[in-house]
Design a protein around this ligand. Structure first.
Ligand SMILES: C[S@@+](CC[C@H](N)C(=O)[O-])C[C@H]1O[C@@H](n2cnc3c(N)ncnc32)[C@H](O)[C@@H]1O
Length: 314
């Protein structure tokens, strides 16, 4: 299986594909800093810096991929955004890809593809266009909403997923009442500071509005980390109680909660804020692995004991 990772960011899909018989033949993103992280961690992958608003059919086909993974920008569909959907300029790159697919010869279309986005995408005009196009072009479709907490990860990040194949699709299978792994297992330890500590005055002034977690609480789970973590105090992610007061999560800890592999790293000179921005834009690797189970061609299921059924439909 040869995959093309579109809007690859720091390589959430590349991390999920590792060890599953999928060769990432190409990856595209327009952000130089995201690509710095991507290339550091996946040096063998052919990662291109390209604005997908101007991508050509030839550029999409040159990788000879039979699976496309797409993580297009989510701002047009977020609850807190302006909700401009297909008329948001940030939707242009994805609409360009849809336009190319609509004109592609049947034989040039990838046999399989999958897409990840925020939950609001499910109600968007852009999703209607995507589903119409894929149905007209003969794909079988599945859609679901899945959150890492449903796989036992102590972090919320509910997202919309669409799987499309010209062949059969199997629904991903979930384990019933999966217990949460303790948050502490994902942390570097309470001695850590490294610029993560919040100033006492900030905690005093705004702390009531923060979600501050006790690392020893076995039921603790973090809320969704956004690309604004470290920049916005509110609604961008949770905080941790520590010996020195209250601290932010380190970008490496967030990457671990997303299930990037141990050893995943950021370039040495990258600023903390940039790392938070990039990791907050990324995806849950463990959920993507679950989504890939829908494709029998790439199916190496994660261990599971009891079956809960399909993820909640939309
Ligand atoms: C939601 S993030 C996807 C992150 C990725 N899945 C990861 O694991 O890091 C969207 C990505 O789309 C990229 N992007 C946004 N507009 C783009 C465009 N016009 N052309 C290419 N990439 C674009 C951003 O740089 C960002 O990395």
């Amino acid at each position: 299986m040869r995959a093309l990772e579109l809007f690859c960011g720091i390589g959430g899909f590349a991390a999920a594909a590792a060890g599953r018989g999928i060769r990432v033949a190409g990856a595209i993103d327009q952000s130089p800093s995201a690509l710095d992280v991507y290339r550091l961690n996946f040096p063998g992958h052919d990662a291109w810096q390209l604005n997908l608003e101007n991508v050509t059919p030839e550029e999409l086909q040159v990788f000879g991929a039979d699976f496309w993974w797409l993580s297009p920008p989510c701002q047009p569909y977020t609850l807190r955004g302006a909700g401009r959907d297909a008329s948001d300029p940030r939707a242009l790159s994805f609409l360009r890809i849809l336009d190319i697919m609509a004109r592609m010869a049947e034989s040039a279309l990838p046999p399989h593809l999958a897409l990840e986005n925020v939950e609001g995408f499910a109600r968007s005009e852009t999703r209607s266009r995507l589903v119409r196009l894929l149905s007209e072009r003969g794909y079988h479709l599945q859609e679901c909403r899945l959150c890492p907490t449903e796989l036992g990860v102590p972090m919320r990040r509910p997202r919309y997923y669409l799987m499309a194949s010209r062949r059969r699709l199997d629904p991903p299978v979930l384990v019933a009442d999966m217990p949460l792994t303790p948050l502490g297992d994902y942390l570097d330890g309470n001695g850590r500071d490294g610029g993560l500590l919040l100033a006492g005055e900030v905690v005093e002034k705004f702390g009531k509005g923060f979600r501050i977690l006790d690392p020893m609480d076995p039921k603790a789970y973090a809320t969704c980390f956004t690309s604004g973590y470290g920049r916005s105090l509110m609604h961008a992610g949770s905080y941790l109680r520590c010996a020195g007061g209250v601290r932010r999560f380190a970008p490496e800890e967030i990457a671990r909660l997303l299930h990037f592999p141990e050893g995943f790293r950021f370039p040495d000179r990258m600023t903390l804020r940039k790392k938070w921005h990039l990791v907050g834009n990324s995806l849950s690797v463990v959920v993507v692995r679950k989504i890939l189970e829908a494709f029998p061609e790439m199916n190496t299921p994660l261990p599971s004991s009891s079956v809960k059924g399909e993820p909640r439909g939309i």
